[in-house]
Design a protein around this ligand. Structure first.
Ligand code: SF4
Ligand code: SF4
Length: 152
């Protein structure tokens, strides 16, 4: 059996005792620094355009790019490839940020095994700190049934 990333499904996860994560103030390392994709779903568009006070079409034209048949928030090459929503060192749509941002770092691609998790830890100073998430919570977030914010 394979997961959605084409990786063999792991019989016993390495995180049975839970994992710690807390986004660190003043850090926005995962919001730019190199070309990337912040995927957004069709149903997220109206909320984001309303938040910005523009039409859905204006949002699509000015804030997104298409790649691999999907829609991503734009990254700005002349601004260190930062996400277009990063303003003055913080996410300007934090409460409504896309599901991809609200489920990080508990993505299946990071949870495949301890080695993958440790590699991600190098990039994110919030991994291993703060709130502890149980295995069940981690898997619910990875499956998109919960988010980092929805678990108190
Ligand atoms: S890299 Fe980690 S700590 Fe930094 S902004 Fe992203 S999630 Fe937060
Ligand atoms: S939407 Fe916000 S949290 Fe997500 S990558 Fe952009 S700035 Fe960062």
């Amino acid at each position: 059996m394979y997961d959605i990333y084409g990786l063999p499904k792991v019989k016993k996860p390495f995180y049975t005792k839970g994992l710690k994560f807390e986004c660190q103030k003043e850090c926005f390392a995962c919001c730019g620094g190199g070309p990337g994709y912040v995927w957004i779903e069709e149903e997220e568009i109206p909320k984001l355009s309303a938040l910005l006070g523009i039409s859905d079409q204006e949002f699509l034209d000015n804030y997104t790019k298409k790649a691999n048949g999907r829609l991503s928030l734009l990254d700005i090459a002349s601004d260190n490839w930062n996400c277009i929503m990063l303003k003055n060192g913080r996410c300007s749509i934090y409460e409504n940020r896309p599901i991809q941002c609200r489920t990080y770092p508990f993505w299946h691609s990071n949870l495949h095994n301890q080695e993958y998790w440790d590699i991600e830890k190098e990039a994110c100073p919030g991994i291993g700190k703060g709130k502890e998430y149980t295995m069940e919570q981690i898997e619910a977030i990875a499956d998109g049934e919960e988010t980092i914010d929805s678990i108190k």
